[in-house]
Design a protein around this ligand. Structure first.
Ligand code: LLP
Length: 392
């Protein structure tokens, strides 16, 4: 096949120039390479990666991930349906979330999903009741809150004692004993998730140590778990997407290979989202106006916080590139903003970019995770569209 023409930033030229903006551009080569790397690193180990669909539920992205043999981690009935549609095997699905409603639980049971990650006693009792009414048995794991600080943004840390997530270490034994008395649930394992965008291995090492202690404690009481799920959270490099398009899965999986003492026949599950899809996506937008005020120059884009909310919500950093600026070498300092009627609709403050003009194409990088999936219709804006690029 003929190779496609790429611009200086590696985007397929005719795709970015002809598609109406704003849109998500997915580099499918990067996605395939990322998935191949995940499979290479887990090969030969009793590991299973469930892709966290919340990071990106685009049907084409989901089908691609399913085709590499990953399972799916889901947090709503809508995600259960999307994952089934995309071809994930229901037995390789996990269903997390603190507030699963009855129809969502029934949908999961009906489809025979692999495991409910249960976050409270009331939820456990309802799953047991609904499974009983349906004449079935539901597989469950308890989501344990290990009280580990993942040193990430306060909105995306989940494993400390003050979060709403999971069952505390103190309460766990009583909850397990209760579950063992129930007829319609089968306790398969324990689940943990300590946060997201974690960029050092130390919190994962601490997680392994906590799990080792728990496994010792429970095996001393004759309770053995068929599966341990350590959640997701591996971060990506938002500062240098071209140097690090694929996260360091080797160090990540090695951390668990070295520090977690799995028991014979025990499976280790992961729920990775961002690290799988983050690097392959960019939000492409056109400059509507360049506006100067007394102290500032603004680049006003046709994309806004409705298309990518991470900078507005978490002050998250995304690299920004002007794909069409002339190579004159002149740089200026801009605030890059969207058109939405909110002062938080800002992609970057004081960013140095080549001199930019109305009509230029702008790429906001590393937007494959929690970009399209968090888009909204605020201001009655249409949802962003998507294109899928391959270099061949
Ligand atoms: N498992 C559970 C139970 C989770 O809550 C999450 C993410 C994941 C797995 C996947 O985590 P990942 O591998 O993607 O870090 N919207 C935020 C991120 C929220 C993460 C929520 N939970 C952002 O844009 O940074």
């Amino acid at each position: 096949m003929m190779s496609r023409t790429l611009n200086k930033h590696g985007f397929v030229t005719d795709l970015v120039e002809k598609t109406p903006t704003p849109f998500y551009y997915y580099d499918m080569d990067i996605l395939h390479e990322t998935l191949a790397e995940v499979n290479r690193q887990i090969g030969g180990h009793p590991f299973k990666v469930h892709y966290a669909v919340k990071a990106n539920g685009n049907p084409h992205i989901l089908k691609t991930i399913a085709s590499h043999g990953l399972g799916a981690d889901l947090v709503s009935g809508g995600e259960v349906k999307a994952a089934i549609e995309a071809g994930f095997d229901p037995r390789e699905m996990t269903f997390s979330g603190v507030g699963k409603t009855d129809w969502e639980i029934r949908l999961g049971i009906e489809n025979g999903i692999g495991c409910f990650n249960v976050e409270s006693v009331p939820e456990l009792d309802i799953i047991n009741q609904l499974a009983g009414e349906m004449g079935k048995k539901a597989n469950i794991a308890f989501r344990v809150n290990p009280d580990i600080d993942a040193h990430t943004h306060k909105y995306i840390t989940t494993g400390t004692a003050d979060n709403k997530f999971g069952i505390t270490l103190e309460a766990l034994e009583q909850v397990i004993n209760h579950a063992l008395t129930l007829q319609h649930v089968c306790l398969r394992g324990l689940h943990f998730h300590i946060g997201s965008q974690i960029t050092t291995m130390q919190p994962f090492v601490m997680l392994c140590e906590t799990i080792n202690k728990l496994l010792d404690y429970y095996s001393g009481r004759g309770i053995n778990f068929e599966m341990i799920n350590v959640g997701g959270g591996l971060g990506i490099n938002y500062n240098d997407p071209d140097m690090h398009p694929i996260p360091d899965f080797e160090s990540y999986f090695n951390t668990f290979k070295q520090h977690l003492q799995l028991r014979p026949n025990q499976l280790l599950h992961f729920e990775l989202g961002r690290s799988i899809v983050g690097g392959c996506g960019s939000l492409i937008s056109r400059v509507v106006f360049v506006k100067e005020t007394r102290n500032k120059k603004f680049i006003i884009l046709d994309a806004g916080m409705t298309d990518l909310i991470r900078p507005a919500l978490y002050e998250a950093h995304h690299e920004i590139q002007n794909l069409t600026a002339a190579d004159t070498g002149t740089q200026e300092t801009y605030d890059v903003v969207g058109p939405v009627c909110e002062s938080s609709d800002v992609f970057a403050h004081d960013r140095s970019l080549p001199t930019t003009h109305r009509g230029d194409l702008i790429a906001i990088r590393s937007a494959g995770a929690y970009g399209e999936s968090m888009s909204s219709r605020y201001n009655m804006r249409p949802l962003p569209s998507s294109v899928f690029a391959t270099r061949e």
